[in-house]
Design a binder for this molecule. Structure first.
Ligand code: PMP
Ligand code: GLN
Length: 383
């Protein structure tokens, strides 16, 4: 392995899912649902394959999907992206993230991240030959808040890009308008490009509103918005994601994307277009269901002795293991599948400052009721 990839040998999701399979554990680690997305969407994909829609789609994505994404952003956020020049379909949000960084950050420039951060960010920064600096979330009541001073300190004259993820994996934090306004002011003051990872844009609970950074004054022109069908329509295996940005930024993303994969997911693209246009009620029901599962899992974790954090969105809830008399979350997660038959993910893998996050463990609640009940039973029986 080349030096710049050496720190990223294997992702924690692969490691924990492998352990879960090996021990027959209930997988509350890797964030993927164990039930299917809307039936109408699945049928469109089947039909697309039957209709011979099986060759390379257009480089920017099939027009129907780009149009559906653009119309959806107008409807929900009031931002108008031109489907022909300002929307790009990618192989999951993961490729959009990598292509955004590879296409817009020079080797030696810096990227500011807020930790804990989604694991692919640091790897993509390293692939680009860039350097990362981390700001942080800090404990705030039963949840987390952005430490704005740490974000200010992470920005230097070499900073080119700021990566922001809300609703936030792994903590379930939904950044509010004050936080986003402060981030926007910093981005404008330092003339930074912002990558807004909105993979969980539909999964904010309890009336917490997901606000897209792209809607704040002065931000549309400097923001690459990234999202994905994976979590919205329960199709993590389809790998259909997208980036929306003004043409000068998006052209740079496309320049990288075309040599990473060229295109992807041909027959799935019309299906996702259909879902964006016709399955918003299904998504609303998913959000309500997840909000409820989150409460059930949180209560069970608390009963089992964990110090449970508040989750306002995403698939995830974080729990403190200190009350159980243990402190090493990585070791705890490595032994949990064999010991209790449950898999979880240590939050330290999402951070550079591992010591500050090693007492937290992330559990996914995006599972069927039977799966959740069995996971909860095992946790109660034995932590
Ligand atoms: N960003 C975040 C915050 C995620 O949690 C994930 C996983 N869904 C991704 C990006 C990657 O998304 P995709 O599966 O569409 O590549
Ligand atoms: N995004 C999912 C998670 O955080 C999994 C992604 C992956 O396996 N790479 O669990």
């Amino acid at each position: 392995t080349v030096e710049r990839l050496r720190p990223f040998a294997s992702t924690i999701f692969a490691e924990m899912t492998e352990l879960a399979v090996q021990h027959g554990a209930v997988n509350l680690g890797q964030g993927f649902p164990d039930s299917d997305g809307p039936a109408g969407m699945l049928e469109v994909a089947r039909q697309a394959i039957a209709d011979g829609f099986n060759q390379y789609p257009p480089g920017r994505g099939v027009p129907a999907l780009r149009q559906a994404i653009a119309a959806d952003r107008v409807r929900r956020y009031g931002t108008a992206y031109d489907p022909d020049s300002q929307v790009l379909v990618t192989v999951g949000a993961t490729e959009a993230i990598a292509a955004t960084i590879l296409g817009l950050v020079e080797p030696g420039q810096e990227v500011a991240l807020i930790e804990p951060y989604y694991d692919s960010y640091a790897a993509a920064v390293a692939l680009a030959g860039a350097r990362r600096r981390t700001a942080r979330l800090v404990p705030d009541g039963d949840g987390f808040a952005l430490d704005l001073d740490s974000l200010r300190a992470a920005i230097t004259p070499d900073t080119r890009m700021l990566l922001v993820n809300s609703p936030h994996n792994p903590t379930g934090t939904v950044l509010d308008r004050d936080d986003l306004t402060a981030i926007a002011e910093l981005a404008i003051e330092h003339d930074l490009i912002v990558m807004a990872d909105e993979a969980y844009e539909h999964l904010a609970f309890d009336g917490h509103e997901h606000i897209s950074l792209s809607t704040l004054p002065g931000m549309f022109e400097r923001t690459v918005v990234i999202s994905s069908a994976a979590k919205t329509f329960s199709v993590t295996g389809w790998k259909i994601g997208w980036a929306c940005a003004p043409a000068p930024l998006l052209d740079a993303v496309l320049a990288a994307k075309q040599f990473l994969t060229f295109v992807g997911g041909g027959p799935f693209q019309p299906a996702v277009a259909h879902a964006i246009r016709h399955e918003q009620q299904w998504v609303a029901a998913l959000r309500d269901t997840l909000a409820d599962k989150r409460l059930r899992l949180s209560a069970a974790l608390a009963e089992a002795g964990f110090g449970v954090k508040r989750s306002d969105g995403t698939y995830f809830v974080c729990a403190d293991i200190t009350p159980l008399g243990v402190t090493d979350g990585l070791a705890f997660c490595r032994e949990l599948p064999a010991r209790l038959g449950v898999a979880a993910v240590p939050v330290s893998v999402f951070a550079d400052d591992k010591a500050s996050w090693n007492h937290l463990v992330r559990f996914a609640f995006c599972k069927r009721d039977e799966t959740m009940a069995e996971g909860i039973r095992r946790l109660r029986a034995g932590v």
